[in-house]
Write a protein that binds this ligand. Structure first.
Ligand SMILES: *Cc1c(COP(=O)(O)O)cnc(C)c1O
Length: 386
């Protein structure tokens, strides 16, 4: 019996030393669009890069092992990964149940495809059990979960949701971008699909956009691969190579980043000019207990509301140091974002209001800088408030 390797070992070493041509320690990058046939009617493992490529396949294999799935498909972006799950699972008229506070791009995609009548969508507060139960009564074909949610870090109980959905014959897809398999493994909790924007923690260096879908069932892996080849949403081999390079250090990065995030959350919670702090590691967080049962850490994302108005947001963002004003997350550098005018602008004001994304909310992605420097940088922001 081969010994099952621990996730840290898989991340650091999956595919290392597997090159049979020259014995390269690092798996080679196959920059090719096409592959030779060995002879007439003798296709090799790969024939054309849209259908398959060894560099992309190694990343997919590593992600599938880390998430405990049967296989994975690597896509060009996280949005392509979400769309691939929709294309694979839905028929016209089907209903998708999605979080009312989901990632802005996911919200836009679901709303746009629903407007074209490709399926129906119900945006639901999934942390509200009664609301979720009611949505399941409508016999959806797919439940899309994001936990922790963006930007309010609400926690959805994956195990309970998957159990209920399974009883109703509904597939469950969990967007695991905010934690990565280092901190949460939804398939082990009952999910059918795990979605990633590999742009974020998995690559971790803010220099690639990419995505992936991991499936628990080999038939679903087959269907995802087939749709990926049909629609051409695959990721490039070079991006896959870079993402695997980033993934090698996923565990030490996220461990350090969440330690700093936790200290920053505690600092903000004590700060008189921060009104509310959303971080699942805080005992005051409504999802804290569920997070403890399904996550192995609380992650490095948090958000908080400033006491004050929009002018104060402007002053704070202008004066804060150590956090760069930009969308995205999960990189080695710390970022600050104002969801209402940035990541969640495309949702529209009404949908933002329902989701609870107010204009005083700021989101932080905590990187690898020292805790001391980051706290000092935030203090600069606070001291600019009147
Ligand atoms: C960024 C993100 C996406 C979209 O990924 P892209 O790589 O930007 O296309 C989807 N879901 C979540 C939770 C994200 O943070």
């Amino acid at each position: 019996m081969p010994q099952t390797k621990s996730p840290e070992t898989i991340a650091a070493s999956n595919g290392i030393g597997s090159d049979t041509s020259y014995g390269a320690v690092t798996p080679p990058l196959y920059l090719t669009s096409t592959f030779t046939f060995a002879g007439f009617d003798q296709a090799r493992d790969y024939d054309y890069t849209r259908a398959g490529n060894p560099s992309r396949a190694l990343l997919a294999d590593t992600l599938a092992k880390l998430e405990g799935g049967a296989g994975a498909v690597v896509t060009a972006t996280g949005m392509a990964a979400v769309d691939l799950v929709l294309a694979t699972t839905l028929e016209p008229g089907d209903l998708v149940v999605a979080p009312h506070d989901c990632y802005g791009g996911t919200y836009r995609l679901l709303a746009a495809r629903a407007a074209k009548r490709q399926f129906r969508v119900a945006f639901v507060d999934q942390s509200d059990e009664a609301a979720l139960e009611e949505a399941l009564q409508e016999r959806p074909a797919l439940v899309l979960v994001e936990t922790p949610s963006n930007p309010l870090m609400r926690i959805v109980d994956i195990r309970a949701t998957a159990t209920r959905a399974r009883a109703a014959g509904v597939k469950v897809a969990v967007d695991n971008t905010f934690l990565s398999p280092a901190l949460q493994r939804p398939i082990g909790l009952g999910a059918d699909f795990v979605i990633h924007s590999t742009t974020k923690y998995l690559n971790g260096h803010s220099d690639v956009v990419g995505g992936a879908v991991i499936a628990a069932d080999p038939d679903d892996v087959e269907a995802l691969s087939s749709w990926s080849n049909t629609t051409g949403v695959c990721g490039s081999p070079f991006d896959a190579y870079l993402t695997l390079r980033g993934l090698r250090t996923l565990f030490p990065r996220i461990e350090r980043q969440q330690r700093t995030a936790s200290a920053i959350a505690a600092y903000l919670e004590r700060h008189p000019k921060a009104a509310v702090v959303h971080y699942p590691g805080l005992r005051s967080h409504p999802g804290h207990e569920i997070a403890k049962t399904q996550q192995t850490g609380f992650g490095a994302m948090l958000s908080f509301e400033l006491a004050g108005g929009l002018d104060d947001i402007r002053r704070f963002v202008g004066a804060v140091e150590g956090f760069t004003l930009a969308e995205s997350l999960g990189g080695v550098e710390s970022l600050i974002a104002h969801p209402a005018t940035m990541t969640h602008a495309s949702m529209g004001e009404e949908a933002r209001r329902i989701a609870g994304v107010g204009e005083r909310l700021l989101r932080l992605s905590v990187g690898l800088e020292s805790e001391e420097d980051l706290v000092a940088g935030l203090e600069r922001g606070f001291s600019a408030l009147l």
